[in-house]
Write a protein that binds this ligand. Structure first.
Ligand code: AHM
Ligand code: MG
Length: 336
């Protein structure tokens, strides 16, 4: 049987347009290498070297840094930083962007959450890596604020790697979304989920419902609505929440429904980071036919005020996200 590898797919997918230098293909190849190294380490966690647990450091988000967080950050940064294809690397784990030395600079900006779902590392539950690629937009050699704070719709590509029951690489370069599964015996990602389309409506909601008391009234109404029984609109919805965005998003992409991380009294801007989490997932879901919003605004239209800006996130099936927007705007809880 002829199987398409991720590398072949990227080559076939037209970054071979006139004038293309091959830089994007090289960058993608380096991301794939880094993803395989991190996947191997995640699978070996708990055996051999001491890789589980905390480093004792606190990151820019004020969270404790796990050893695997640090390993993933270092692996992606080192491999991509030396690739000659990027001029800056921004990581959720790092306060400041890494600006590549002038002689090694390429034309892309690389954004990443190197290991998403840190709280699930030690308990053998799915974790992932999220990345996003932009072009440098300012003239000249210097990397400017404008390069680092672009609206999500300017992404060139976005994807994630999910280290779950198998390792999968999900990618969009703006022409549909495709999923590739790692064959561990060959060490290759093979196309397993071509042209992923999210169902127009699902029957699952995903949210940390333990925060209910600190949500605002409309958010509470929205969740009550999804839990109320109405077979005509497939309610009550099922609740599924893993606590790793990559895993919760991946299930939502495949099966439909809605993932929500709203603002609350403790996190008035929401918890998730625009550049590293919300924007890449929004870019992927839109290219799969879904929708992503803050509840009032399209995620991909936001120009972040700062690199580590947080936003509320409502992402998933178009009809489910539209319903959320409607209820959050204060409209009556109509049947749908
Ligand atoms: P992380 O990037 O430090 O792992 O944090 C982000 C994670 C997301 O993966 C997940 O959706 C969310 O935080 C879960 O938060 P909570 O534990 O508040 O439900
Ligand atoms: Mg994260």
């Amino acid at each position: 049987m002829q199987r398409t590898t991720l590398v072949q797919h990227i080559r076939q997918r037209g970054f071979s347009t006139p004038g293309a230098t091959g830089e994007f293909t090289s960058l993608m190849n380096e991301i794939i290498v880094a993803a395989k190294i991190v996947s191997l380490e995640v699978n070996r966690a708990g055996i051999g070297e001491d890789i589980l647990g905390l480093t004792g450091k606190i990151n820019v988000q004020g969270e404790e840094v796990q050893k695997l967080d640090e390993f993933a950050d270092l692996t992606f940064s080192t491999i991509i930083g030396q690739s000659g294809t990027v001029c800056a690397i921004c990581s959720e784990e790092k306060d400041e962007p890494y600006i590549v030395p002038e002689e090694d600079r390429g034309k892309y900006i690389f954004m990443m959450d190197p290991l998403d779902g840190s709280s699930n590392i030690d308990v053998n539950v799915g974790i992932g890596s999220i990345f996003s690629i932009y072009r440098k937009i300012s003239a000249g050699n210097e990397v400017t604020e404008a390069d680092l704070r672009q609206p999500g719709h300017q992404q060139v590509a976005a994807g994630y790697v999910i280290y779950g029951s198998s390792t999968m690489f999900v990618l969009t370069t703006g022409q549909g979304v495709d999923g590739f599964t790692l064959d561990p015996s060959l060490g290759e990602f093979f196309l397993s989920h071509p042209d992923l389309r999210i169902p127009e409506q699902g029957s699952t909601y995903s949210i940390n419902e333990g925060n209910m008391e600190i949500w605002d009234k409309e958010q509470q109404q929205l969740v009550s609505h999804l839990k109320a029984s109405d077979p005509a609109t497939q309610r009550p919805y099922k609740l599924r929440y893993i606590g790793t965005l990559v895993s919760d998003f991946h299930r939502t992409l495949l099966k439909g429904g809605i993932f929500m991380y709203p603002q609350d009294k403790n996190s008035p801007q929401g918890k998730l980071r625009y550049a590293f989490e919300a924007a890449p997932m929004a870019y992927i879901v839109e290219h799969a036919g879904g929708r992503a919003s803050t509840g009032t605004q399209r995620i991909l239209d936001i120009v972040p005020d700062e690199l580590h800006q947080r936003v509320p996130l409502f992402v998933g099936s178009t009809r489910d996200v539209e319903l959320a927007e409607k209820i959050l705007s204060g409209a009556e809880c109509a049947p749908n």
